[in-house]
Design a protein around this ligand. Structure first.
Ligand SMILES: Nc1ncnc2c1ncn2[C@@H]1O[C@H](COP(=O)(O)OP(=O)(O)O)[C@@H](O)[C@H]1O
Ligand SMILES: [Mg+2]
Length: 321
């Protein structure tokens, strides 16, 4: 399986008013194979959305991509001009934003909004044909066809969320980014929507970057998982490994911050303290302050990468195999 997306040494900075900057994404490497689903997990503020926006070149000032490469299907994303980007977005990569429910235009019917997408991207400008395509997409996410004539405010939160997902799929993108797409919905609806997306993935063979802080949901739906802490990917491994044998103490803590899927009651250890302030990055490992395994090296030397057959992590004192 070839890689659809390759990200190398990506750095994204937020320029501050006094001319300094905060490095929200620091030397991040990852790839996503064709048809693969990669999970990106980590506490709020660790840089997940910043990565997602950068992949689509939708980052706005004060964000600045200061280093790295982003390549999708052989195309250099960072070299693209605006005209090229407009064709590339939604067609090659599409994204369901964190606040996706607010992305719909409130004064335009759903039918019209689908029509505009198809027309803009040269799929069809025939109204009947567009309606048929929109109906098919809505069926996928479980919205009855007759609701096409409705305005977004007439939909429940869950319905709006589904509509946005249907739109993100409208142009059959090669990569679908889901940035905490369902956090506003209850768990049953969340799982239901995700199931539908994954059925579709099987059918059409697109890839997924699934961002969430709910690592249990991620383990259910992703092939591989990358764990982010304070702007860095600290561990990456197949979902099974993350579940059964995480090596980074942060992964371990994150994993234990949520009740298990099967609903068995277990003690939630969580992680003490709060995420690192990116304005004062300590010497050594970024997770030192909160780590139950921190030793002397962790306060003096930044951990190097340790690679294992299909995984890697950055830690001086990893959990044992
Ligand atoms: N508009 C902004 N201006 C300045 N800094 C920002 C801005 N947005 C995000 N950041 C910085 O980038 C970090 C990562 O943010 P974000 O990518 O939204 O994290 P996540 O999606 O993981 O919650 C934040 O902790 C913050 O320091
Ligand atoms: Mg985010």
């Amino acid at each position: 399986m070839g890689n659809l997306l390759t990200v190398e040494k990506l750095c994204v900075d937020y320029v501050t008013r006094n001319g300094g900057y905060v490095r929200a994404v620091d030397n991040v490497d990852f790839s996503i194979a064709e048809g693969e689903s990669l999970g990106l997990a980590g506490e709020s503020g660790c840089g997940k959305s910043t990565i997602a926006y950068s992949l689509m070149r939708l980052h706005r000032p004060p964000a600045l991509i200061s280093n790295g490469n982003i390549n999708i299907d052989g195309k250099d994303v960072l070299a693209m001009q605006e005209a090229e980007l407009q064709q590339f977005r939604w067609k090659e990569i599409s994204m369901v934003f964190q606040s996706a429910m607010n992305c719909l235009n409130p004064v335009v019917t759903l039918e019209k909004q689908f029509y505009e997408i198809f027309k803009y991207h040269g799929i069809t400008s025939n109204k009947k044909e567009a309606r048929k395509k929109a109906e098919e997409l809505l069926a996928i996410v479980g919205i009855p066809a007759e609701r096409l004539k409705d305005y977004p405010h007439q939909f429940s939160g869950g319905m709006r969320q589904r509509a946005v997902i249907a739109m993100a799929l409208a142009l059959r993108p090669r990569l679908l980014i889901l940035d905490e797409p369902t956090t506003a919905l209850d768990t049953v609806v969340q799982r239901d929507i995700l199931k539908r997306i994954y059925e579709l993935k099987k059918e059409f063979g697109f890839s997924i970057l699934f961002i969430t802080h709910d690592i249990s949901l991620m383990m259910e739906f992703c092939d591989r998982i990358a764990i982010m802490y304070a702007g860095k990917i600290v561990e990456q491994a197949p979902a099974k490994t993350i579940l059964n044998n995480p090596r980074h103490p942060y992964t371990y803590g994150l994993k234990n911050s949520f009740p298990s899927l099967k609903g068995e009651i277990k003690y939630m250890e969580g992680i003490p303290g709060s995420p690192l302030n990116l304005n004062c990055i300590p010497k050594g490992c970024r997770f030192q302050e909160r780590c139950f395994r921190a030793g002397k090296d962790c306060f003096t030397k930044e951990p190097e990468i340790t690679c294992e057959k299909d995984a890697f992590f950055y830690c001086h004192n990893p959990l044992e195999v």
